[in-house]
Design a protein. Structure first.
Length: 264
């Protein structure tokens, strides 16, 4: 078997391998000539982030504000109740008496508001049974409810008196309200929010932090409507004085703030 000597001429196989080795050795110095990047102390200090504000908790506060707005509308609901032995008799009697009531109310209201039927009912009246006995129908009751909305609140007393004197025997509701409570609600929201934020800022400072952004806000509101309930007998003797007063718009704002603290 042929064995090339270490000092003899290169064989064809060695001629092919030599360029490959030469190429690899030629590339090696270039790779070695590029030094690996190093992190100096100065570069490390320059790239480090500055102390940041970090989230350390949540502050939850609430504020409430009440804003009054004059009531410029009135709503009146009254009813005619009649009873009779039969359902037909109760309904007929109710219709006749309610017709007279509506004529009187229309004259008192004039062009100042609207009138409409808000409900009608016809139901049996049962007797109270003896022990072991059964109930029986003794009569029927008809109820006709009318709703009146007035744009001049100082006419409420006159309308009430007209209805009662014409035969209305039940006043279901008398309420006053503002036709446009929107501006009052917005003002109440502003005041309630300012109160809540001021409280949150005091809390944040007391805890050694600063007040962050608002995370959650909830708003609830209500408009207190003055309401009166009177029996017809109390109004039939003399003119009924009624004061409209003011409507109170109440708003509560609940806010969750992030509590921030400067530190690493």
């Amino acid at each position: 078997m042929f064995r090339p000597s270490a000092t003899g001429p290169a064989t064809p196989l060695m001629r092919l391998a030599a360029p490959v080795l030469l190429l690899a050795s030629a590339c090696a110095p270039a790779a070695a000539a590029t030094p690996a990047p190093t992190m100096t102390a100065a570069a490390s200090t320059a790239s480090a982030p500055a102390p940041a504000v970090r989230d350390t908790g949540v502050i939850r506060v609430s504020g409430t504000a009440d804003v009054e707005v004059p009531s410029d509308r009135a709503r009146l609901r009254f009813a005619m109740e009649t009873e009779a032995k039969s359902a037909a008799e109760a309904a007929d009697a109710n219709a006749a008496q309610m017709s007279a009531v509506l004529d009187a109310v229309r004259a008192a209201v004039g062009d100042d508001g609207t009138i409409g039927t808000s409900g009608y009912g016809l139901s049996p009246i049962y007797s109270r049974p003896e022990p072991g006995g059964m109930q029986s129908i003794t009569a029927y009751r008809a109820q006709n409810h009318v709703e009146v909305t007035l744009t001049e609140v100082d006419r409420v007393g006159a309308v009430l008196d007209a209805a009662v004197r014409a035969g209305a025997n039940r006043v279901a509701e008398l309420s006053f309200f503002a036709s446009d409570p929107g501006p009052a609600r917005l003002e109440a929201i502003r005041e309630a929010t300012a109160t809540a934020r001021a409280e949150a800022e005091v809390l944040a400072a007391a805890l050694g932090g600063t007040l962050g952004q608002a995370l959650e806000v909830n708003v609830s509101s209500s408009g207190g409507v003055p309401m009166y309930r009177m029996r017809a007998a109390e109004m039939a003797m003399a003119d009924t004085p009624v004061e409209a007063g003011a409507q109170t718009v109440s708003v509560t704002v609940n806010i969750s703030f992030r509590l921030d603290s400067a530190g690493n």
